[in-house]
Design a protein around this ligand. Structure first.
Ligand code: FE2
Length: 136
C-alpha cells in the first residue's frame, strides 16, 4: 500500500469514527422502536395500548413532569417506573412506583442545567417499555 493510499484510508477512518456514532445511534434506536421499546409511531404488538402507556411529558422551566395515564391495579397491572434519559439515552434519573401505594404514575424530575433532547421511558409490568421525546 502506498503512503498516499494509507493516508486516505486513515482519514476516511477518522472521519467515519467521528460521524458514525450519531448515525449508528439514530439507526439503532429507530430500528429498536416497535420491538425493544414502543412509541406512538411504532407501537408494535401493543398497537391497541398506546393511549394508556405512552408517557406524557410536560416541561415547565427546569422541571419535567411525566404522566402515564395507566391503571395502578396493585401488582397485577401497573407502571413500574419512569426513566429520564438524555439525548444519547444516558441515564439522568428515575422514579419507581409502589403499586400498593401510588394511585397514579406521575413523576417530577429536575433537569438542573441540562438542555437538549430528553427521552422518557415508562415501563408497564405487562406491556413493556414506552418512549416519548421532548426538547428542553
Ligand atoms: Fe399495561
Amino acid at each position: 500500500m502506498s503512503r498516499r493510499n494509507f493516508i486516505k484510508l486513515f482519514l476516511l477512518g477518522v472521519t467515519g469514527a467521528v460521524i458514525a456514532p450519531t448515525d449508528v445511534l439514530a439507526s439503532m434506536t429507530s430500528s429498536m422502536a416497535g420491538g425493544v421499546y414502543y412509541t406512538r409511531e411504532a407501537p408494535g404488538r401493543w398497537h391497541k395500548k398506546v393511549a394508556a402507556h405512552l408517557p406524557i411529558i410536560e416541561v415547565s422551566g427546569r422541571s419535567v413532569q411525566t404522566i402515564t395515564p395507566h391503571e395502578m391495579k396493585g401488582y397485577e397491572h401497573y407502571i413500574v417506573k419512569h426513566v429520564l434519559l438524555d439525548h444519547e439515552f444516558k441515564f439522568i434519573a428515575e422514579n419507581m412506583f409502589d403499586p400498593m401505594k401510588d394511585q397514579a404514575a406521575v413523576s417530577a424530575f429536575n433537569l438542573g442545567g441540562y438542555r437538549g433532547r430528553i427521552h422518557v421511558l415508562s415501563l408497564c409490568n405487562k406491556h413493556d417499555n414506552w418512549l416519548s421525546v421532548a426538547e428542553v
